[in-house]
Design a protein around this ligand. Structure first.
Ligand code: ASP
Ligand code: MG
Length: 418
């Protein structure tokens, strides 16, 4: 049994769906396929949700934009009168009914009742197309197996229960393919939940772990995991192999290739995870697993729009346990994630993403006991397997404000010099 994951870009239009079917045909059995919403649908549904929640009339137009986009794809994929039309329209009718009611509960709850339609609709269309193209594919509502708590928008998976349900539900006969949704789940009371943006990789990894899959393949629009984001770097290299630990570290520091939670479930079960190109499916890609490297390749991660916050106790007390405990309780209360930190005797510095809602709340609370200064517009550069040459290369025209080295990784908060 194998698990495939196809993200939004791999189902963004009719040609992409056809390409997905070609890839599935190359394997075509004992497969569970996890699919995201088509293209940028999740963003578009977030607009629908916001307008719905704020009772804005634009909600109808936003809804129609999402509907038109999907129906155009259905039109390109199927002959007139195919069941895919009716099934797709049925989801949109249901969603329209939902947005015609008054929003009742909290924003996060409503989010999880609206945004998951992206995945429900994409999997319906892709499943219909696979069958139309001759693949025996069965649509599976992942909410029947992936059970979570009710922490809407960032739901935590109930592993044991979900594993049991997955094993009971997914039974592979000859040549059978199951097609299901990433990113979504449901509570024990069957209310829909989501796992956090970009959560479909995580869904695929969990399903692989539940069923002890041979491997997971995440199909992407890049040839594999690269040592840097080509957006910032010209000479990127594809990494043929990556250890689980390195994959976790890179994802955690902000490499956008995989959701940071993805590696844990496959690592625990020693399941290899391949990252491959859906454009060139015959190419090798990257394999993430347990092994020794032949050679270490420096990996770079850039995070832009960083803010450095300097925190000085007004009473000049030392930055030790009590101050740190207090500062972190404030950070945790507002869920402001620290990307890098450093302390001296009487100051504490943290580097965070420029979050315009959370930062002012944190500062306001801290200002009671601390003098705060801030600098924004910075970059955080992380290099794993660094050497002096690579550091020099990235620091061209940059001034370092804060840095931290350990054996494998260097992190630097930098300001551009003009
Ligand atoms: N469709 C969701 C998102 O865009 C989940 C995913 O793509 O992984 O965040
Ligand atoms: Mg995605």
């Amino acid at each position: 049994m194998k698990v495939f994951k196809f993200g939004g870009a791999s189902v963004k239009d009719a040609a992409a769906v056809k390409n997905l079917a070609e890839i599935v045909k190359m394997y075509n059995n004992s497969l569970v396929i996890v699919v995201s919403a088509m293209g940028k649908t999740t963003n578009s549904l977030e607009l629908v949700l916001k307008a719905y929640f704020e009772n804005k009339p634009e909600k109808t137009q936003y809804f129609l934009n999402v509907k038109d986009y999907h129906l155009k794809i259905v039109e390109e994929l199927f002959p007139a009168g195919h069941a895919a039309f009716e099934k797709t329209v049925k989801w949109f009718d249901e969603l329209f009914e939902k947005i015609s009611t008054e929003p009742s509960m909290t924003y996060n709850f409503e989010y999880d009742q609206i945004v998951p339609y992206g995945e429900l609709i994409s999997t319906t269309i892709v499943n219909e197309y696979l069958n139309y193209a001759g693949v025996k594919s069965q649509w599976l509502d992942v909410r029947k197996i992936l059970k979570t708590d009710d922490n809407y928008r960032e739901a935590n998976v109930l592993f044991e229960l979900s594993a049991k349900l997955a094993k009971e539900t997914i039974k592979h006969g000859e040549g059978k393919v199951y097609l299901t949704q990433g990113f979504i789940g449901s509570t024990k009371n069957n209310l829909t939940t989501t796992l956090g943006r970009e959560g479909s990789d995580y869904t695929a990894a969990m399903i692989a772990a539940f069923l002890n899959a041979e491997f997971v393949t995440v199909w992407k629009d890049v040839p594999g995991v690269l040592n840097a984001d080509p957006k910032w770097f010209d000479n990127t290299v594809k990494l043929d192999k990556l250890t689980y630990t390195d994959a976790i570290e890179l994802a955690f520091y902000g490499a956008s290739v995989l959701h940071p939670k993805t590696i844990q479930p496959v690592k625990q079960n020693n399941i290899p995870l391949y990252v491959k190109s859906f454009v060139n499916p015959a190419e090798e890609g990257t394999v993430i697993g347990n092994f020794m490297y032949d050679k270490l390749i420096p990996c770079f991660i850039f995070k832009i729009d960083q803010v450095l916050i300097n925190i000085h106790p007004i009473d000049l007390s030392f930055i030790a346990e009590e101050n740190l405990q207090y500062i972190f309780s404030v950070l945790a209360r507002y869920s402001l994630k620290v990307n890098l930190m450093q302390n001296t005797a009487v100051s504490f510095r943290i580097c965070v993403n420029n979050d315009s809602t959370r930062i002012p709340l944190v500062i306001e609370e801290l200002e009671e006991y601390y003098r705060i200064s801030m600098e924004s517009g910075l970059e955080l550069i992380t290099i794993r397997y660094y050497d002096q040459q690579t550091i020099d290369r990235v620091l061209e025209k940059k001034e370092v404000l804060l840095e931290q080295h350990n054996q494998r990784t260097v992190q630097m908060v930098v300001r551009k010099v003009l």
